[in-house]
Ligand binder design. Structure first.
Ligand SMILES: Cc1ncc(COP(=O)(O)O)c(C=O)c1O
Length: 536
């Protein structure tokens, strides 16, 4: 594609450019030997089967419970009743012991009852009534048993060692996507971030964070805190120092990174903790969607619980992007509530009005409950909350992990993505020092860095002067049927590409590596031809 055409794409998000790349790549795969390889999307190509088997079997039992209460020939049932329901589930599972999911459910219920001290009937009734979905979500923020289970799962999966003291309040939401939207909205509504305020973004970063901050709705000024490849994708001291400036109200980051795939090191977390000692008012938002792909992962939620809003999504690890399962976590003792309480009187009065229909004491509404209310424009707070069957799936995903003492599922997921990363690295002809903080969910190919070694400094200089960086992604699609996202859209280097190691079969990743090499060879030839032309 020529320069002028490529320039048109400069303002688009990589996720939109991707659609154009897909069109080109599909066309190529129809007319050449190249297969269509779309490694642009972070949708995993595996799923967690055991908790799903439990879910679908539980649904069968739930309908019998409904019919126990009422069975009208026109196909109408009643609302499941709590009394004795745990015993009935146990007996029903014994009768259907050969069904997929029976052994999981038979162990999951006693496991949860024992681990959390639940009352059996109350817990099983929450599961059964919710999978039937015959009530509005109550409490709107999250079901009580589900919240306890997910809390423990987040402690296990996100918080690392040592566990933070106290507890987080959780809000079950429609994936990380909804979490982001709701948090942005409530920070603004509660005057914690106003248009014109400055926030810091840990870059490179998942593009929507860059785009949302610039929306007219939020109109935030942004300072980038950069984590360069030369520093193994950790924030440098000089970059972190910017956070000491009191003008920066909040620091938003994705950990482990998207597109870098690298988690914050213990040292980096320690440096951020030191800054927070000097800046106790610094609000942190950490999006830890990929945390479960890094051994002994520690989120800022674990280290700095009072300052941090946590975003977690089940989408990637459990292969459930279509389920839309996510959580927002805010510690019960947090700076957000305190900062709201200290707002000027006029602003507090405006907030009294905003939340006044919910309670007689609106100033006592916690920040997390404000997020719930704002998610439904306050007026529809009474019908807020994540759908109940979704919350049951969340319970079962979380329990399946906690019951897996040997972490076999986690190990297997990590093996899948690392195998693919290795194949791609081989295809690229690279030698890479292993990094235990690398989640291998995405790989960021720093093409410029790679090309300097492989096609020469002079060819790279030529490239940077004469070729648009987007040409790389377009050429891969057009010549090789390969779709990768342009790193520039994530505030990664312009000449970089994000590869999703999650969504294609293992055996194609070396082809992707070879495709990138072949494009590089093409650039080298173009450079040599230009030199020849000059001499003539
Ligand atoms: C960093 C990050 N946050 C949030 C999301 C959205 O996740 P979900 O599928 O749960 O909406 C993604 C998905 O790619 C992501 O990479």
């Amino acid at each position: 594609m020529d320069l002028l055409n490529l320039r048109k794409f400069e303002t688009l998000s990589p996720f939109e450019i991707k659609d154009e790349l897909i069109k080109l790549a599909k066309k190529t795969s129809k007319t050449t030997q190249s297969a269509f390889l779309n490694a642009g999307r972070g949708n995993p190509n595996w799923i967690a089967t055991t908790p799903r088997q439990g879910f679908f079997l539980l649904g069968q039992f739930a309908v019998t419970e409904s019919q126990r209460v009422m069975e009208h020939p026109a196909g109408i049932g009643g609302m499941p009743q709590a009394q004795g329901i745990a015993g009935r589930l146990e007996a029903w599972l014994a009768k259907h012991a050969d069904m997929p999911g029976a052994s999981f459910l038979s162990s999951a219920v006693p496991f949860a009852v024992k681990t959390f001290g639940f009352e059996r009937d109350a817990f099983v009734h929450e599961l059964v009534d919710s999978i039937i979905g015959d009530n509005y979500p109550v409490p709107d923020r999250m079901l009580v048993h589900n919240e306890r289970i997910v809390h423990e799962y987040l402690m296990w999966a996100m918080c690392g060692d040592p566990r933070p003291a106290g507890k987080f309040d959780l809000y079950a939401v429609e994936g990380g996507t909804a979490a982001m939207c709701y948090i942005f909205k409530s920070l603004k509504a509660n005057r914690l971030l106003k248009p014109g305020d400055t926030i810091a973004l840990g870059t490179p970063i998942f593009t929507p964070y860059i785009e949302m901050t610039h929306l007219e709705d939020y109109a935030l000024n942004v300072v980038n805190i950069h984590a360069p490849q030369e520093n193994r994708f950790q924030f440098t001291d000089a970059e972190l120092k910017k956070l000491e400036h009191p003008q920066i109200k909040a620091f938003f980051l994705v950990n482990p990174g998207n597109p870098t795939g690298v988690a914050l090191s213990k040292e980096t977390i320690g440096k951020i903790a030191n800054i927070v000692k000097r800046r106790p008012d610094l609000m942190l938002l950490t999006d830890d969607v990929y945390g479960t792909f890094v051994p002994e992962f520690r989120s800022l939620l674990g280290e700095l619980p009072q300052n941090t809003i946590g975003v977690y999504s089940y989408s990637k690890y459990f292969g459930c992007t279509g389920w839309r399962l996510g959580v927002i976590a805010v510690h019960e003792d947090n700076i957000f509530d305190k900062m709201i309480a200290k707002l000027p009187d006029t602003e507090l009065k405006a907030l009294d009005k905003r939340y006044g229909a919910l309670t007689l004491e609106p100033r006592k509404v916690k920040f997390i409950d404000r997020i719930v209310a704002d998610s439904r424009d306050v007026a529809l707070n009474h019908t807020a909350g994540l759908s109940l069957p979704q919350q049951v799936m969340m319970t079962l995903f979380s329990l399946s992990e906690m019951m897996d003492g040997a972490r076999r599922y986690q190990q297997a997921c990590m093996e899948i993505v690392h195998r693919r990363a290795l194949a791609m690295i081989e295809g690229l002809g690279l030698q890479v020092t292993p990094n235990p903080l690398f989640d291998a969910y995405y790989g960021l190919i720093d093409f410029e860095f790679w090309a300097r070694k492989n096609i020469g400094e002079d060819a790279v200089e030529y490239l940077k002067k004469n070729v648009h960086p987007l040409d790389l992604a377009f050429r891969l699609a057009e010549d090789h049927g390969i779709v990768l996202l342009n790193g520039g859209g994530f505030d990664a280097p312009d000449w970089s590409l994000r590869v999703s190691l999650a969504n294609l079969a293992d055996d194609v990743y070396d082809d992707i590596g070879r495709g990138v090499r072949s494009v590089a060879r093409g650039y080298r030839h173009a450079f040599e031809a230009s030199r020849g032309a000059k001499k003539e």
